[in-house]
Write a protein that binds this ligand. Structure first.
Ligand SMILES: [Zn+2]
Ligand SMILES: [Zn+2]
Length: 255
């Protein structure tokens, strides 16, 4: 694995270490590309403030530090400036407006809430509610269809424990939309290491059937996790055993 595009910073309030340590660990681990993708700030129409994202006022701090590190380490590693964001129907434009104050390299789609966050549900909580599953799926598809995202982070975050047939039917739609848009799906190392509900074997069986491509993402919230070798080896074995096709060297073409 030569690249990781899923990296957070202390600005999101649930990650730690300074950003330079993430870069130093990436270099030490032999990565050629390190993309920062902290939770994108949103200026919510309701005045709500997210508890897991940087504030819009912190954006310049984030951008300046990524650019400083990009320049400082340019002979050792390629550093990219990105964000992880949800597709929230009422707030998507407000998010894009904030981050567009500065040029950025890429966006990854991580749907951490349904609806608009303040009125939605955390899909990582177990639920048998079909409506939550459908909101999650529809929002991912809307996100894919904006054409603005490079890949989907932990597409299998949804913890639906109802009828398996409905799960398959719904998540198949996500895989098909991603395939059509040529978007890789992320096999999430954080979830794997912590034995979370994702990576979900049933989801990846669907993805194998739809012939999706897979990218590995560290989802680092602490510098040492930029490259977790043991979990990455395990991830590669699992991906290959399911007959899934990986993005070559884990490197994306980002224009
Ligand atoms: Zn996070
Ligand atoms: Zn993340």
């Amino acid at each position: 694995m030569l690249a990781n595009y899923h990296t957070h910073t202390y600005l999101c309030k649930h990650a730690n270490g300074n950003m330079e340590e993430y870069v130093e660990n990436a270099i030490k681990s032999g990565l050629q590309i390190l993309g920062f993708s902290d939770h994108a700030p949103v200026r919510y129409s309701t005045g709500y403030q997210s508890y897991f994202k940087m504030h819009p006022e912190e954006l310049s701090l984030y951008v300046n530090e990524v650019l400083r590190l990009k320049e400082k380490y340019k002979s050792d590693i390629e550093i990219l400036l990105g964000y992880e964001a949800e597709y929230y129907p009422l707030e998507f434009k407000n998010m894009i407006d904030v981050i567009s104050l500065y040029p950025y390299d890429y966006l990854i789609l991580g749907q951490h809430y349904t609806k608009n966050e303040y009125d939605g549900f955390y899909p990582g909580f177990r639920t048998e509610d079909e409506n939550i599953l459908k909101d999650y799926v529809n929002q991912l598809i809307c996100g894919i269809e904006t054409g603005m995202f490079t890949y989907i982070a932990h597409p299998d975050l949804i913890n639906y424990v109802g009828d398996e047939k409905i799960y398959i039917e719904e998540l198949q739609k996500v895989c098909q939309a991603a395939k059509k848009a040529n978007m890789p799906l992320e096999y999430n190392i954080l979830g794997l290491r912590q034995n979370r509900q994702y990576p979900n074997p049933l989801f990846w069986k669907i993805a194998a059937g739809e012939e999706n491509t897979v990218i590995i993402g560290s989802d680092a919230h602490t510098p040492v996790d930029v490259f977790d070798k043991e979990s990455t080896i395990r991830a590669i074995e699992e991906i290959e055993s399911m007959g899934l096709k990986r993005v070559e060297n884990n490197i994306l073409e980002i224009i």
